[in-house]
Design a protein around this ligand. Structure first.
Ligand SMILES: [Ca+2]
Length: 306
């Protein structure tokens, strides 16, 4: 059963992404807005060295200590992006609403009106049933053209909808995901978390590269973490020079190189949609809608904060 579920998730993920927006513009936008924003994995070690120097040099002059403190701040984790969704509307300097188009073979359509802030510090991505069109319409945003980065630490506090058929995600599109070269160096899709709310109640991390066709490659990790308890959970990706490490609520859940390491930058996406393979359109799904995916905050650091 578990094997079946995993295969189902992968297939579903691939199917959805094949029709996903923004793929074609990723190359153009990558690298335009975060030059110099990401430090190498060596920075933490350098910071540690500086800390040791501080410990053994207490007798140094105030001026010297000040210089070291400055150097430490420059080498330590730097906050590159933050949104607490405190505004009355989505901050257009950080996010754009994903273009409206059909998803999942027409089972869902992203709709501008269903992405908004609630005035209480949350981004709301709503999924609701449209009886006239017999499909789900839902909210989705992305940082395409506004913020891109590569190595770093990405985290989002999310409360996923507990409604049959819904599928929420915090993910990234990096470089040329469609480039078929046998590696992910030219581009990769990183699904930091995908929620599949149906009777299986599954969730997973996933990576996709070399396109979405016959040459498509992917890796995924199915989670047994209970994220459908109506509470916020923290989902994070640590992207270093050597590997990708995933965390849920601060605990490591997976690490992988996924076809090599992507050399291109990527933008973030927060989306909710629905899929028939997850039960969308069924009586159970329709009765459970509308349902909201709520995001408390998103932060990106130059490296993992200690
Ligand atoms: Ca490739």
């Amino acid at each position: 059963m578990k094997k079946y579920i995993t295969a189902l998730l992968l297939c579903a993920s691939l199917a959805a992404l094949a029709s996903c927006g923004g793929i074609g513009t990723a190359v153009t936008d990558a690298g335009t807005s975060a030059d110099g924003a990401v430090t190498s994995a060596g920075t933490t070690a350098e910071a540690d060295t500086t800390a040791e120097a501080d410990t053994t040099a207490e007798a140094q002059t105030t001026a010297a200590t000040s210089e070291e403190t400055t150097a430490q701040a420059e080498n330590g984790p730097r906050l590159l992006f933050e949104d607490n969704f405190d505004g009355g509307d989505i901050d257009s300097a950080k996010w754009e609403r994903c273009p409206e188009w059909e998803r999942q073979g027409g089972a869902d359509i992203w709709s501008d009106a269903l992405s908004y802030t609630d005035g209480e510090g949350h981004l709301i991505l709503r999924a609701q049933w449209n009886a006239d069109d017999s499909r789900v319409e839902s909210g989705a945003v992305r940082t395409n053209g506004l913020f891109t980065a590569a190595e770093g630490y990405y985290e989002a506090s999310i409360r996923f909808p507990v409604a049959t058929g819904t599928w929420g995600a915090f993910w990234m599109m990096c470089g040329d995901v469609g480039g078929v070269d046998g590696t992910s160096e030219d581009g990769i899709e990183i699904d930091i978390i995908e929620s599949i709310s149906n009777e299986a109640g599954a969730s997973n991390h996933a990576m996709h590269w070399d396109g979405y066709g016959d040459d498509a490659k992917s890796e995924a990790k199915t989670l047994d973490t209970a994220i459908y308890d109506g509470e916020f959970h923290l989902f994070a990706l640590e992207w270093t020079a050597d590997e990708y490490v995933f965390y849920v609520d601060g605990a490591e859940t997976w690490r992988t190189k996924a076809g090599g390491m992507c050399a291109a930058q990527g933008y973030m996406k927060l989306t909710v949609e629905a899929a028939e393979w997850a039960g969308a359109g069924s009586d159970a799904s329709i009765s459970a809608l509308p349902a909201d995916m709520q995001v408390d905050y998103v932060r990106v650091w130059s490296s993992k904060p200690q």
